[in-house]
Design a protein around this ligand. Structure first.
Ligand code: MRU
Length: 377
């Protein structure tokens, strides 16, 4: 895999700074929950699964940081005398210091969870990962902060590895849906950069190419943050997968011309009835795809399905800064004083979704009953 979106190095989390791609390539390094939360908020790292994975590392980093700041802990294992454990070993009292019950560690950890949970609202993977880390924390709560930190770090590594494995399974399931020579439109970036690696929608393209299919990708530019132009196009170019960039308002023309065979996008949250929240503009693409009888697929790991929200109406939609619409980076082209809206996601109703591509298979025409059965498998 050529693109390592995030990695653990020198006891820190390193992530590619996606704000400056493709003109610059740089890793930024993180050592606390607050720093990771800021990285998520400011879009250094983005994309639902990637947000979940780095949040898990944020929790582990916070535990490492807090446990390192605590007073030295006496060793749990007693010193060895001539190679033999001392007799009192078995009767050592359980650790009573700054474990789950220790105020400094616990309150620091709670603050870490809170700041991470507030970083972005729409991608459910963030909350999914935080909940998983909390359960692990609770399961080792009687251990020392150092031991808790090591266990949380191991879990973050596991979530990262699992994400890549899931993406490859989804890729194989999705690749089977694409015919040789398919011209496939995608919106935003649901690639290696949006995950721990391989990608969801772009993972489907990678898997199809790996299986020997000729695939050409049409990348929507994806205003206002330009994830399509800056990130998807870059990823595909890195891997020599044919990619053509269009502005968002060209998709209808391309479909009407018969130049698009399928649409595959990622998602930030799927409601219990199959409604799909994804990058703003996805709904428009889905409506156009239905108008032109083009299949509209959503690559979606189970961690992105939120059975706690009944329909797409209940999914919180992030509203981002007006500056993103006013222009790009330092260049502003809109009239000063104009009112601006910047909803960052929209909801595509389940009825427009041809299929959800998951690691457990493809759910055609998703609905509440099919999603319930998917989790029961
Ligand atoms: O605002 P972003 O860049 O985080 O939005 C990302 C998307 O909308 C992706 O399509 C989605 O997270 C799926 S990523 C596999």
């Amino acid at each position: 895999m050529k693109i390592e979106t995030l990695r653990w190095a020198h006891n820190k989390l390193e992530v590619i700074d996606q704000r400056i791609l493709p003109s610059s390539f740089e890793y930024l390094s993180y050592d606390s929950a607050a720093a990771v939360a800021e990285g998520i908020r400011s879009m250094v790292v983005r994309g639902a699964p990637a947000i979940g994975v780095v949040a898990a590392y944020g929790v582990a980093l916070e535990a490492l940081r807090l446990s390192g700041n605590l007073k030295p802990i006496p060793p749990l294992a007693p010193p060895l005398k001539g190679g033999e454990p001392v007799a009192e070993a078995a009767s050592l009292p359980p650790f009573q210091g700054e474990g789950r019950g220790g105020d400094g560690f616990n309150s620091g950890m709670e603050a870490g969870f809170t700041v991470l949970a507030a970083s972005r609202p729409t991608a459910v993977n963030l909350f999914w990962a935080l909940q998983r880390m909390r359960e692990v924390w609770e399961s080792v709560s009687t251990q020392t902060p150092q031991q808790i930190a090591q266990r949380l770090l191991a879990e973050a590594h596991e979530i990262r590895t699992e994400d890549i494995r899931i993406n490859k399974a989804m890729g194989a399931n999705g690749a089977a849906l694409l015919k040789d020579g398919a011209r496939v439109l995608t919106h935003c970036n649901a690639g290696a950069l949006a995950t721990a690696g391989w990608g969801t929608a772009l993972g489907v393209f990678r898997s199809a190419v790996e299986a020997g299919k000729r695939i050409s990708v049409i990348a929507d530019e994806t205003r206002p943050f330009l994830q399509g132009a800056r990130l998807t196009a870059w990823e595909m170019v890195q891997e020599n997968i044919s990619v053509t960039l269009i502005t968002d308002n060209m998709a209808g023309y391309m479909m009407a011309q018969g130049e698009i065979d399928a649409v595959v996008v990622g998602t930030d949250r799927v409601a219990a009835n199959g409604d799909v929240a994804n990058k703003i503009g996805t709904y428009m693409v889905a409506v156009l795809a239905r108008r032109h009888n083009i299949p509209f697929y959503v690559a979606c790991p189970l961690s992105t399905i939120d059975l706690n929200v009944a329909t797409g109406k209940d999914i919180p939609i992030e509203e981002r800064s007006a500056d993103e619409v006013k222009g790009f980076r330092a260049t502003h082209w809109a009239a000063e004083g104009v009112q601006i809206r910047n909803p960052s996601f929209d909801v595509t109703p389940a009825e427009l979704v041809t299929g959800l591509i998951t690691e457990r298979g493809v759910v055609l025409q998703p609905d509440a009953e099919k999603l319930r059965r998917l989790f029961a498998q």
